[in-house]
Every structure is written in C-alpha cells, then in structure tokens.
Write a protein that binds this ligand. Structure first.
Ligand code: OOB
Length: 573
C-alpha cells in the first residue's frame, strides 16, 4: 500500500475521490437507467437491470457464505454474467481473482490454493473445454457455474432478495489481478477501488468516451486492458454500451460492429493484423468505428500505418500493465506520435524513471529500464514479500522489466524487455514457470525457455532442454503432451523445442537465456548447415539437434485467428 504522505497527496490532487466500484455502478444506474449497458448476443441489459442483478447476486453469494475480503477465483468468458459476478463481489467486498478462460488446472489450482479461495466461479463448456472439470483442483472453494452446473452450484440459482451487509470502503482492496510475471508462479496484483477508478475515469476521458460510445470487447474481459483502459469500467463510467464477443474472428465481429454501431475496440497486435487483412478482403462497413486501440505487445510501425487507411478510424497505442502505469497516444496526436510511440502516461503524478543497469537515470532518447511509481501503480504484490524486495525499489518504484526510450513530450517507445518473459501476441508467459513444468518430465535434466521472434505473434516460445544421461531425447509432441497433462494453459506450451548438450552460462554461472535468444536469432538469419552445429553450449561435441527443422508446432496458432488474448486458444496438437 502507499505510504500516508503519498496517499494524502493523491487525495489532495483529486485523483482518489473516495469512489468504490459499487458507487460507480449505482451512479451509472441512477444517471443512465434504461440505457443499454451490456449487449451479449441477443441479450440487451440496461444500467438499471445490471445494478439490480448485481445486488441480487450479492445477496445470494452472501447467503452462500461469501464474505468481505474472501477471495473468489473468477474464470468467465465474455458473457453478461461476468458483470453480475464482479459487481456482486465488489458490493460484498469479496475479492475477485481474475483468471483467464485459457487457464487450466495448473493455474486454477494454484489460484485457489494460494488465495485460499472461498469460491471458484466458472462456466460450462467453452471453446471445446469443459471448465467444470477444473472443480477437481478447486480444493475447498465452492464451485459455481454460469451455465449448466453439472452437479455444482448454478449461478442462476443464487440471485436472491436477501439483505446485504455494509460494503467496503474506497481504500480497501477491490480485486486481485494477475501479473504476466517472469518468475515461477503468477503474482497477484492488489488494486484498490480508489486507485483503479482514478485510472478508469482518466482513461475514459483520454479515450473520449461518452454515453454514445459503443465498446467492443473481444479480448478477455477480465484482462486489465479490456477492464480499465478505458475498458468496460470506463464505458460504465461514461454511460456507454459494452458489446461482448466470445470470438475475435472478423467474419463474426465485423457484422457485429456494423449492427451495434461500435465506436471503439481494443486489440492486441496480432488481432489488429488479422482485422486489417480481413478488412482488405471483405470491405466491411466499419463506418461507426472511431478508435482502434492496440496494446499489450509492441505494434510494428508498418502495421500501425495501415490502421487509418484500411479501417477508416484513428489508431490509439496503449502500453499498460496490470501493475498500474498505462500510457496512451492521445486522440489528437499527430501521426509521428501515434504511429511510432506507445504513448505517454495517464497522470501528471505518474513518475517515470528510465535507468541503466545500476539504476542511474539515462538521458532522454537513450534506452533504459522503465521504473514507475504513481497514484495507480501498486507498491507490492499480494503476499509476496521476498519477491517484492526485487520487483520494487526501496523507494517504491515498480521495476517493469521493460526497456524504453523517452522522446519529446514524455512519450515512451518500447524497445525491448529485460524480464524473463515471453510476450506471445499479448499473452504473457513467465519463462521460469514453464521451465519448472518442463523439469518434471522424466527425461529432462535442465530446461530454459526463451522468446523466438515471430512475424505474426511477435514472439513464440522455444524450450531448450538438456536430456538426462542415458535418456532418449523427447520430441516436441511428447513435451507438449506432458505439459498439457500437467494442466498448463495452452498459450504457455512451447512452440518449439531444441535439445542441447548443455546451456551457455553467464559470468555467475546462471543459464544465459540471452545467449539462447541470440542463438535463435542467428539461426533465423543464417540457417545452420545440417551437422555444422552451432548449438549453444556445445563446444567440442556438436549439440544434439533435436526436432530438426521443427516448424511451428503442429496445431499451434500458426495462422491468424487464435492469437493471444482472443480467448479462443485451443489445444495445440
Ligand atoms: C497489458 O498488461 P499486462 O499486465 O498483461 O502486461 C504488461 C506488459 C508490459 O510490462 C509490457 O512488457 C507489455 O506487457 N506491453 C507492451 C505494450 N503493452 C503492454 N509492450 C509493448 N508495447 C505495448 N503497447 O498488456 C496491458 C494493460 C493495460 C492496457 C494495455 C495493456
């Protein structure tokens, strides 16, 4: 939490206004009553009705035993019930833990146990996967299903007219968001009502939302981008309409944009590329679309330049993180900024430091590590004291792990990353998390996971392994099957595998992922001759070239359509 002097400053500056999430919905219901808040297929839900549903569900969840500060793991696709659930939990002061639809037993089991969750709220069959099977890892959490409950508690049965206890205050925690992470297990990000809503209100303003805005959600609705930048909460603040879609496929989404007169949508870069290509082929009527936001991963300048001409709308680049800081290009910025930078911070009180490896600030225009502190950036992860000592500076700056350059006007250009994370089209993968799973394979002695540059997703995942003495080197399909059996989300399962004799090491004897990345890059530019091994770590002996020429793993979203954050990633083989 923020030290008192900072909290005072943020209140005095008018950033923290004492509003809670429940206040947001109550005010919106009062102001915008019969206007449509949510469109989900043929369902159209007014502000008044949204608020009523949320309060009735809050009463039902309370009767079931859900209390203030309880953690509740929420894993729902882009459906209207999502809003009933989160606003019900907000009203009770219970903390949603925002899982993604792509998460499987490894992640859900961890969230439930790590947070000692009281309940796990999920769906039935979605995208070919039966989420009710995850009940087996929910531990003591009560399993609640939106849809056919299959023996669990039906969400639909919980709406009640019972009484409600007093709600939480504005400086209380509102929810736990997931960090992309770089170390072993995902970290949880505690956000308060006050800090989050400050970013939401400002974002709504920056993005020009009004009661006439119609915001399309194709990214997972629980992701920070779709939630708050300006996201669904920004839309509710402004009195606009949220249009939900469970697919990002242009063939479905373009007609939806036309039907609902969508004015703003948020995408990750691979989806932007997919839409651009499809729009050139299909010439859809996207005349209502005013703003296309793209963020979550670096957008290539060449793709950025196509947005205006092809889609007929403004591009807005968004560089944000669930930990806090969000940067936007502004709607009245010129092309030089919109096409070539990732925006500037929301708040005048966002402190941005760009430093060298020794934490010494570098001059503007020079690439360095981005550190940040401010009125909506956390000061520490939830229950992660040891990790917090390295993830934050002593004076409370968050080490983002991003490498950026600051240019005129305080705009930032993302130049790379110093954290051990793979950004697979906006979906974040912590190298160490996957490595830990790889190490459980009986033939794997050591493992290192690195990013492999990719034209479409930006990056894919390559797992390097060293095989145990005497063991037969597993092939990619076996490794993938092993990780799937362990219940790892599909997007974290490596796209490529390379078996090496041993790993290159850094000066202090740690595996050098940097050298492995360089090796992959060199390989991409100068294809190695068969037999002429340049395997990293193999000096005298040629490395064992496993998976020779192994193309993008079979079934991996090799083609546009299943990226990242679309919530549609399927099993991979
Ligand atoms: C968003 O949030 P997260 O928490 O999934 O990921 C944050 C990380 C950043 O630290 C950065 O490494 C990367 O994602 N990132 C970008 C980027 N936007 C995010 N890298 C390059 N260019 C961009 N435009 O991804 C997120 C949260 C709120 C709004 C938008 C994105």
């Amino acid at each position: 939490m923020w030290p008192d002097d900072f909290a005072d400053r943020y209140r005095k500056a008018g950033h923290w206004t004492g509003q809670t999430f429940d206040d947001l919905l109550r005010t919106a219901a009062e102001k915008f009553g019969d206007r449509i808040a949510v469109v989900d297929g043929e369902r159209r839900i007014s502000y008044r009705s949204l608020r009523e549903r949320a309060l009735r569900l809050a009463a039902g969840l309370h009767e079931l035993g859900v209390r203030r500060d309880d953690r509740v793991v929420v894993q729902l696709p882009n459906v209207a019930e999502y809003f009933d659930v989160i606003f019900a939990l907000f009203r009770l002061g219970a903390l949603p833990v925002f899982a993604l639809p792509a998460h499987r037993s490894a992640e859900i089991g961890y969230f439930c146990s790590h947070t000692s969750a009281t309940a796990f709220i999920t769906t039935g069959v979605h995208d070919g996967f039966d989420h009710r099977t995850l009940a087996s890892v929910a531990g003591s959490a009560r399993v609640i299903v939106a849809g056919d409950p299959g023996g669990h508690t039906a969400l639909a049965d919980l709406y009640s007219d019972g009484d409600l206890p007093p709600g939480p205050g504005p400086s209380d925690l509102g929810f736990l968001q997931l960090s992309g992470g770089s170390t072993g297990l995902p970290k949880l990000i505690p956000r308060t009502h006050d800090d989050y809503l400050y970013s939401v209100r400002e974002s709504a303003e920056i993005c020009g939302l009004t009661p006439d805005s119609s915001y399309l959600v194709v990214l997972p609705v629980a992701h920070n981008f779709a939630m708050s930048s300006p996201g669904v909460l920004g839309v509710f603040h402004a009195g606009g309409t949220v249009v939900l879609s469970t697919t990002s496929d242009p063939a479905t989404v373009f007609p939806l944009i036309q039907r609902e007169r969508v004015t703003i949508a948020a995408l990750v870069p691979p989806l932007a590329l997919l839409w651009l290509d499809a729009a050139e082929r299909l010439s859809p009527d996207l005349s209502s679309l005013e703003v296309l936001q793209v963020g979550g991963a670096k957008l290539l300048d060449s793709v950025a330049a196509r947005v205006g001409p092809v889609l007929g709308c403004k591009l807005q680049q968004v560089f944000g993180m669930a930990e806090g800081l969000v940067n936007y290009t502004r709607l009245d910025d010129g092309d030089d900024i919109v096409l070539h930078t990732q925006g500037r911070p929301i708040s005048p009180d966002d402190e941005v430091l760009i430093v060298d490896d020794s934490d010494v600030p570098v001059p503007d225009g020079t690439v360095g590590h981005l550190l940040t502190r401010g009125p909506y950036t956390i000061r520490g992860y939830w229950n992660a004291e040891a990790h917090n000592r390295t993830a934050f500076t002593a004076d409370g700056f968050y080490r983002t792990g991003d490498l950026v350059r600051r240019v005129d006007g305080g705009y930032l250009i993302v130049e790379g990353r110093a954290k051990d994370q793979i950004n697979r089209g906006g979906e974040k993968i912590a190298a160490e998390e996957v490595e830990d799973h790889l190490l459980t394979h009986p033939a794997v002695h050591d493992a290192a996971v690195v990013a492999l540059p990719d034209d479409y997703l930006g990056e894919r995942t390559c797992a390097f392994i060293v095989v145990k003495d005497g063991a037969t080197a597993p092939r990619l399909p076996q490794i993938r099957a092993h990780l799937r059996d362990r219940g790892l989300a599909a997007f974290k399962i490596p796209d490529k595998l390379r078996v090496v004799e041993r790993f290159p090491v850094t000066g202090v004897g740690k595996t050098s992922r940097r050298e492995l990345r360089t090796f992959l890059r060199d390989l991409a530019t100068t294809p190695a001759e068969p037999g002429a091994s340049a395997e990293p770590g193999a000096s005298a002996e040629p490395g064992t070239p496993a998976e020779p020429g192994n193309p993008a793993a079979p079934g991996t979203p090799a083609e546009p359509g299943t990226p990242a954050a679309s919530g549609t990633s399927k099993g991979t083989d």
